[in-house]
Design a protein around this ligand. Structure first.
Ligand code: FAD
Length: 534
């Protein structure tokens, strides 16, 4: 059986796997990166899949998290071909009656728009942005480092003081509905937050949803919702180029079928074709937690208590995506949506709660909420002048993800909803591609039924509960094996932190205090997995 040996093997070349490989190679490790699909990128890929000359982002498209991430920033991907582009406006929420909420590139621009909708909302906006600016850097550091974020947490506390820290803690527990009601008079301002909270799978009425909405809206005001010039895949290409320039061996089309465990530690991986890649120091897995533990490691190598916790792992909702090549820009009746890269539509602020309730009880939303991307508006290289490359996606209950009749009807509802806010839209369609939940999963095995976040983002699966009760860190109960994908803290989105944190932990376990660190992790896991006293 042919075999290769390296310092570390990384399974999965999504953004997290690519970042992990870069981090390890920066430290001089000899790294092999293995990807099941024929190209790298995971849910960061693009192709001319709808019509010739139209570049379509096949999964993710807008990258505020990447633009703000200290991890991605420090990789200097612009030296490897990445260029960010911005739409004239960041995000809009289009209502059927022609109203529109618009997040503009400048805080004063957003504030004056909101103030026109309700006097006083402009000042409320500027106060919120000033509060964000105060905590931004330590907060992002705390979010993107392994748990517990000791240094960043201390800086955050110093910067915000006791009052500010209490405010932040409250924000972390608040529902986004309540946040909107407390701060703003108009539905337009409120729906900016609740619509952005719906980028996660947390209901706008649930504790914790305010933090998602606030974070994404504040990032949108701060760094925008940028897109890579030429397509989402250019971000993955830049990560691959950088990794290869450091000597990382990237192999595509090679699904990993097992993590090899010997002497109680991870020693390498087995590939579908029977090849083996041995790892002297570490195996990093950019795959969702259930796939890693159940399929690749196998229950025989895991403590019963851990397997029991894994049974409780909760996925996020399924996703249905429609891509279009349009002969002209979308004819919005809500004119505020014309210049925005991302447009939310389909329901109003109350309607978002109805959608969340439908998803919760397993009912197909009759009035779906949609996130729509106008990619040529954001980056003119995406399609010929005067046309638009666009997509929209919506969430579905996981139980209906394979119901073809229900999916077909939902595609019709998506197009009807766009037509309702942009009469004439249907006539602009040159070509269309539907990505069903199954299609999304076939194109990236980590996207279970199209789930965006590799596990729910709800509070009960965050921090030390992510992906299961544990350390909230990349170390797994198998020494030498690190969870590097979005199932790990801090979760979904393209920020690279899950991969980076895994690489840093693997390196530290081989560094000067490595033995001590490894012993501490072993002890911590044994405490977490110990059966409660009878
Ligand atoms: C439709 C959609 C829209 C989204 N929109 C946005 C957005 O606009 N902005 C944003 O920030 N985030 C967005 N996201 C979320 C974001 O794309 C993901 O959170 C992110 O890609 C997770 O990165 P990852 O590296 O952990 O996993 P992935 O990107 O899923 O990559 C995992 C990789 O591992 C490979 N793999 C899995 N199993 C194996 C195996 N056994 N052997 C070898 N390889 C394997 C897969 O093929 C894949 O390439 C979106 C996601 C989806 C699905």
């Amino acid at each position: 059986m042919p075999s290769t040996t390296c310092d570390a093997v990384v399974v999965g070349a999504g953004p997290n796997g690519l970042v992990a490989a870069n981090g390890l190679a920066d430290a001089g490790w000899d790294v092999v990166l293995l990807e099941a699909q024929d190209e790298v990128g995971g849910a960061v890929r693009s192709a001319e899949s709808v019509a010739s000359g139209f570049v379509t982002d096949l999964f993710s498209a807008f990258y505020p998290l990447a633009a703000a991430s200290p991890v991605i920033r420090d990789l200097h991907l612009e030296r490897h071909g990445l260029a960010w582009r911005h739409a004239p406006d960041v995000v809009a929420h289009a209502f059927p009656d022609g109203r529109c909420a618009v997040l503009r590139r400048s805080a004063s621009g957003t504030a004056s728009g909101l103030d026109r909708q309700h006097a006083g909302d402009g000042d409320a906006w500027l106060r919120m942005v000033a509060g964000w600016n105060r905590v931004r850097d330590p907060l992002l550091d705390a979010l993107f480092t392994p748990f517990p974020p000791v240094r960043a947490g201390a800086r955050l506390l110093r910067r915000s003081g006791v009052t500010g820290s209490l405010d932040l803690t409250r924000l972390g527990l608040l529902s986004v509905r309540r946040l909107g009601q407390e701060e703003f008079g108009s539905e337009e301002a409120r729906v900016l937050f609740s619509g952005n909270a719906m980028h996660s799978d947390v209901s706008p009425d649930s504790a914790g949803s305010a933090l998602f909405g606030w974070l994404l809206v504040m990032l949108g005001q701060d760094v925008g919702f940028p897109v890579p010039e030429g397509g989402a895949g250019m971000l993955a290409t830049a990560l691959r180029r950088r990794a290869e320039s450091l000597g990382v061996q990237v192999r595509c089309g090679v699904p990993v079928t097992a993590v090899m465990v010997s002497g109680g530690r991870a020693t390498g991986v087995r590939l579908a074709d029977g090849d083996v890649v041995r790892a002297r120091h570490a195996v990093l897995a950019d795959v969702p937690a259930p796939a890693l533990y159940r399929d690749l490691v196998g229950p025989g190598h895991l403590p019963p208590r851990f397997l029991d916790d894994l049974r409780r792992f909760e996925w996020d909702d399924a996703t249905l995506k429609v891509n279009w090549a349009l002969d002209s820009p979308i004819p919005w009746s809500a004119t505020g949506a014309r210049r925005a890269g991302t447009v939310h539509l389909g329901v109003d602020d109350d309607g978002l709660v109805d959608v969340a309730a439908d998803l919760s009880v397993g009912r197909m939303p009759e009035r779906p909420f949609m996130l729509l991307g106008q990619m040529t508006t954001a980056d003119p290289t995406r399609s010929p002048e005067g046309t638009e490359s666009a997509w929209a996606y919506t969430h579905l209950p996981r139980r209906l993800a394979a119901d073809e009749g229900a999916l077909g009807r939902q595609v019709e509802r998506i197009e009807e909803a766009v037509e309702a806010v942009a009469p004439g839209f249907l006539a602009t369609r040159r070509a269309r591609q539907v990505q069903t939940p199954r299609g999304l999963q076939d194109a990236d095995g980590s996207l279970s039924r199209g789930a965006l976040n590799a596990g729910t983002a709800a509070l009960h699966q965050q921090l030390v509960m992510r992906p299961t009760r544990g350390l909230g860190r990349p170390e797994t109960p198998v020494p030498g094996l690190y969870l590097a994908g979005a199932s790990a803290h801090p979760g979904g989105g393209v920020h690279g932190a899950c991969g980076w944190n895994a690489a840093v932990c693997a390196l530290r376990h081989r560094g000067p205090l490595g033995m001590v660190r490894r012993a501490m992790v072993r002890t911590a896991w044994s405490r977490v997995l110990r059966d409660p006293a009878p």
